[in-house]
Write a protein that binds this ligand. Structure first.
Ligand code: NAD
Ligand code: UDP
Length: 328
């Protein structure tokens, strides 16, 4: 049985990856410190024979007995509100955490895949974004802590690849959504769905002309799975190229939820990218991958998930209690 270590296992993407690798017959070790994740996301796996969970902060040394075939490093705050609230922890998990995991991969002779992001392109001047675009990032802006952590993560991963001959993979993930996103993480989909379910106005930042392209989680997981098992070791965009403005998206959510909410406009956050759309030609070519789930279909599944959360979860405005999880 092949063994895979997944960091960020109690998070949104990490927990779906654990499910997928279990289904594929792997032995899965999940690591998480719950800083932005939730035990509930992996509760259904805890009794399984081929699943093991370790509560640990990966910015500290990671000790693991036995062999290991693959590492998927998904631990990192991922929502703009989360990484603005824990900027240093975000930089540390991208830098120190990645370094620790690369060291572990080297010691175990395992293949390592890192979760990079479309944020490495910053507020892009090339549209749609291709992997050979170097990006337009404000290093000292509020999003710099996340963007630069991810850029460093790519750089150190390629250094281990070139200098140590380590097998590495880099996925550049574009906005992905689905069940198990945290309702109060501030990202646009949980934000709009929570507002619709509570009967509140939908908050569009800026004039809503900025664009995003939303990928359903099952498509994202399929792309990551194929990339890990492929021979390709340069960055690959995985996302759904179907682009929409945030204003049109808010209108779509109002229609989907059957609520009659109004849209209200709030200030656009600093350095909020004005346009984002993945060019997925490379993923098509090297992984024979394209997304299959339409936004309409994926949003319906996601809305059903949020609709079935408890009233307590729906009305819980409190952001994560980060202090419980970190030493500053
Ligand atoms: P998430 O916040 O749901 O999951 C991240 C998980 O990592 C959480 O469970 C958190 O507790 C854990 N974590 C954070 N720091 C840790 C540490 N030091 N030690 C151990 N665990 C730690 O976010 P997500 O959306 O699932 O994102 C997962 C990964 O994918 C991140 O690396 C993120 O940058 C990347 N990504 C996600 C998206 C997206 O649209 N969801 C887009 C681009 C990139
Ligand atoms: N956004 C919004 N209203 C909200 C939350 C987000 O208009 O309540 C906008 C945000 O300004 C951005 C887009 O939606 O332009 C996507 O934001 P998100 O936080 O999901 O992720 P990003 O793609 O910016 O990392």
């Amino acid at each position: 049985m092949k063994k895979v270590l997944i960091t960020g296992a109690a998070g949104f993407l990490g927990s779906h990856l654990c499910d997928r690798f279990i289904t594929e017959g792997f032995y899965v070790i999940g690591i998480d410190n719950f800083i932005t994740g939730d035990k509930k996301n992996i509760e259904h796996l805890l009794g399984l024979e081929n699943f093991e969970f370790v509560e640990h902060d990966v910015t500290n040394f990671i000790e693991l007995r036995g062999g290991l075939d693959y590492i998927l490093h998904f631990a990192s705050p991922a929502s703009p509100i989360d990484y603005l609230k824990i900027p240093i922890q975000t930089l540390k998990v991208g830098a120190l955490g990645t370094h620790n995991l690369l060291g572990l991969a080297k010691a175990k002779n395992a293949r390592m895949l890192i979760a990079s992001t479309s944020e490495v392109y910053g507020d892009p001047l090339v549209h749609p974004q291709t992997e050979d675009y170097y990006g337009n990032v404000n290093t000292i802006g509020p999003r710099g802590v996340y963007d630069e952590a991810k850029r460093f993560q790519e750089a150190i991963t390629m250094a281990y690849n070139r200098f140590h001959g380590l097998q590495t993979r880099i996925v550049r993930i574009f906005n992905t959504y689905g069940p198990r996103m945290r309702l109060n993480d501030g990202r646009v989909i949980p934000a709009f769905m929570g507002q619709a379910l509570r009967g509140e106005d939908l908050t569009v930042f800026g004039n809503g002309s900025q664009t995003r392209s939303f990928c359903y989680v099952d498509d994202q997981v399929e792309g990551i799975y194929r990339l890990l098992l492929s021979d390709y070791d340069h960055p690959v965009n995985i996302g759904n190229p179907h682009e929409i403005t945030i204003k049109a998206f808010a209108e779509e959510i109002i229609k989907l939820t059957g609520t009659n909410q109004k849209i209200i406009y709030k200030e656009l956050p600093e350095n909020d990218p004005l346009q984002r759309q993945p060019d997925i030609s490379l993923a098509k070519k090297v992984l024979n991958w394209t997304p299959k789930v339409s936004r309409e279909e994926g949003m319906k599944i996601t809305f059903n998930y949020f609709k079935n959360l408890s009233t307590e979860d729906l009305h819980n405005r409190e952001h994560k209690d980060f202090d419980k999880h970190i030493k500053r």
